[in-house]
Design a protein around this ligand. Sequence first.
Ligand code: PMT
Length: 396
Amino acid sequence: MILQGNRVTLGITGGIAAYKAAELVRLMVKDELRVRVIMTVNATRFVTPLTFQTLSQSQVRLDTFETASPERVEHVILAQETDLLVVAPATANILAKMARGIADDMLSTLYLAYAGTTLLAPAMNTQMYLHPATQDNLRILKDRGAIVLNPGEGELACGDYGPGRFPDPPYIMERILDLLYKKDLEGKSLLVTAGPTREFFDEIRFISNPSSGKMGFAIAQEARRRGGKVYLVSGPTYLTPPWGVEHIPVTSAREMHKRVLALFPHVDVVIKAAAVADFHPLPLVDKGKFKKGKKDSLTLELKANPDILAQLGKKKKGQILVGFAAESHELLKNAQEKLEGKNLDLIVANKISEGFGKDTSKVAILRRDGTTCELPTMSKDEVARVVLDEVIPLLS
Ligand code: PMT
């Protein structure tokens, strides 16, 4: 991860959603953020500070006047050591104090001493959330630059139905990372393809491959976090598209071809991680399901699909083209042929036994100048980071 800073101060205030903040802290620690937790007294009535101390591996701050040494003005020093202030859950009470500048506990005092970005995740009873006082306070905070997440809608712990639910911790985490990432793809547009294609020969049967979409989705997520405008054209997968990415679902190679070609003139970079079928079967019936009858065998006639990447290689006008090569043998030799044959700037080569469906991959990156970078087994998130690190110098 390339972050502008990793010190997050998390304010937890007194609502039932305080228990969900434990999951948020766990996610932050997993992503190697340095988390310092401040709890309000009311928050400690819902969850004990020990929970957050254990998860964050750091002392939970409760009292403005509690200090490690007499010369430390704790709220001022902590504010200076904060790259991002997150208040989750944020109650109506803390929103009112922050909007009006009331500093009567550690969290509200730190807020006044802090000059950076604030991310707020309001969570409360629907009527409290919709009350004009709360809505006014949210407006004041937004006008002042705070990023306010919309609460989820649904049945609340108090039994009411409506807006007020704490957003899912993974979603809050994504917004946190989005704010902390270095924006080295700001102003750039990227088209990423992912997943398999499905080539139907009747209404319900198709030829496909085991691509899960994980590699392409990881690239799309990393590019978006780094500030790029990302179009993700993907074949059928079970994955949720990353936040902030424009997702364009497709089914067949011919559909992918159409969507990719239409987007191509509008992007700076194309990264084709999709496992596109090279052929499609001619349909066995015009409509519905093919009936087997008494047949012992069946022959499908396959017709070539357009090679999307090769076509982009012919059309490119300054765009950076990155292909993937999935090979069963002679990995580097075959990848090199694809790099040249499809007029690519980079190609990411992986063995079929190591890429499809897994959370990790072992890849080699072949460059246009003939050099190759062979990488150890890494998570697909890490591969995504390395691939984008290779793309960025090519853009300038
Ligand atoms: O989705 P995952 O489970 O995470 O797995 C990731 C992956 C193994 C699918 C990925 O890492 C990968 O290798 N993708 C490319 C697989 C592939 O189809 O390789 P290929 O060698 O057949 O194609 C070479 C390149 O041409 C690819 O960029 C492909 O997207 C592109 N292509 C291929 C055929 C075609 N008709 N049009 C294309 O654009």
